[in-house]
Design a protein around this ligand. Sequence first.
Ligand SMILES: [Fe+2]
Ligand SMILES: [Fe+2]
Length: 167
Amino acid sequence: MPTAQLPEGAPATLMEAFGHIVAVKTPSINDLKVMVLVEAAGLEVYRQTAAQFDHPGVRALLIENGYDEFKHSLRVSDAIRAMTGEDFPSPSPADNPYLKGEIPAFGEATAAALLGLSQAEFGGKDLYEGWAVHCGNEEAARLFRMNGQEEADHGGRLVEAAKLLEG
Ligand SMILES: [Fe+2]
Ligand SMILES: [Fe+2]
């Protein structure tokens, strides 16, 4: 698969894309394409974050979140198809333009960093909930709500991981 193209006007880096996406209330199709790339990148970002931790239970929880992020990318891709008929497939890590530069870790290998990240994940539930309400497409709304529910699960796993780390 060739490297996916950044949509017109898209943020240039993964960190900028995160910053952009969290402020979007009613996503444009280009915003949704950025989200396909961001969620697909989550697989690799969580994998690298997991590698920072020695605790096998913590690593397992982070990797589980990463697999879900890739699933979210597939669902957002499906939502784009439901809304427009357009194909914008989820790229593998090797083909993701947001994984070309330096990959930002989610934080340091501490319980506090995991709890900080859990807040971002709980926020992801609200973000997707809002998109479900505003997107104007029943199938896309259903897919966004499924993703949102799992973002809350991610927050819960990170709280659990922080507890494991504190012993
Ligand atoms: Fe996600
Ligand atoms: Fe998540």
